[in-house]
Design a protein around this ligand. Structure first.
Ligand SMILES: Nc1ncnc2c1ncn2[C@@H]1O[C@H](COP(=O)(O)OP(=O)(O)OP(=O)(O)O)[C@@H](O)[C@H]1O
Ligand SMILES: [Mg+2]
Length: 242
């Protein structure tokens, strides 16, 4: 991948972006897309210039959370992200619509490189990357391609989750990727488990986003999302992240 000429264009395309924050979680279904989208919305609501890039190519979700129904972005010397709710947004969903996107291995790397190389991000305070589950192909590729990348790690105290959160913290530490902190979403398991893990690895513990019964109804409706407990909790920590 190091000799793919597109990799040289990537940093140039992101030169106006001050911070790049990947929202990751070692497990699937832990709330990465909800947190990434809500964080982008909360920061945009607070007048930050924000980009949101859904890197879950096979299963993008941010357009669902934010209620975005758009097709091909404008194209001229590259592709301009869609502007939605004052967020600059890019997603494979804009190209593929509802069609399946079966990608694996090299094809995933190719899709990532292509999108990073062709997307013309405007000047941003922060670009939020919604990562696919796990720390596999796409995560390892963005870590390689974007040396400025920082991660926000989502977890909860369930035994099956915390085991893989621990693994993720160790991997990111070994790869020298800055970890902004651990955020607990939809608490499960023994109370305080995620906070203790953060303390053990000397990583900031960012707080708890409660399980919100009303969230499902609010998905796709940003006004309702803004009233949700998830938005309230995420907005409270959003400013502190930048
Ligand atoms: N705090 C919360 N309260 C209630 N429901 C939540 C909360 N966070 C996430 N959810 C719900 O949990 C499910 C999974 O969330 P989400 O899709 O954001 O997870 P994910 O980690 O991005 O999943 P994937 O690994 O598939 O990308 C969704 O139905 C979402 O609406
Ligand atoms: Mg997701």
């Amino acid at each position: 991948m190091g000799i793919d000429p597109r990799s040289f264009v990537v940093e140039e395309r992101l030169s106006g972006v001050a911070r790049i924050i990947g929202v990751t979680g070692s497990k699937g279904g832990i709330g990465k897309s909800v947190i990434a989208s809500t964080l982008a919305l909360a920061l945009a609501d607070r007048c930050h210039r924000v980009g949101l890039f859904d890197l879950d190519f096979t299963s993008p979700s941010d357009h669902v959370v934010l209620g975005v129904d758009r097709s091909f972005p404008a194209e001229k010397f590259g592709i301009d992200p869609h502007q939605v709710h004052d967020i600059d947004m890019m997603s494979v969903a804009f190209f593929a619509g509802a069609a399946p996107v079966p990608l694996r291995g090299e094809a995933t790397t190719n899709a990532l490189l292509e999108l990073l190389a062709i997307t013309r991000w405007a000047d941003q305070n922060v670009l939020i990357l919604d990562m696919p589950p796990g720390l596999g192909d796409t995560s390892l590729d963005v870590i390689h391609l974007l040396p400025r990348l920082e991660f926000l790690l989502i977890g909860n105290g369930s035994r099956v989750v915390i085991e893989s959160v621990r693994r993720a913290v160790r991997l990111l530490t070994e790869l020298d990727v800055p970890l902004l902190g651990l955020l607990e979403n939809m608490p499960r398991g023994e109370e305080g488990t995620v906070a203790r893990l953060a303390a053990e690895f000397d990583v900031p513990f960012l707080g708890v986003v409660p399980a919100d019964e009303g969230l499902e109804k609010a998905l796709g409706d940003v006004e309702a999302l803004r009233q949700s407990a998830v938005y309230g909790a995420v907005a409270a920590l959003a400013e502190g992240l930048l």
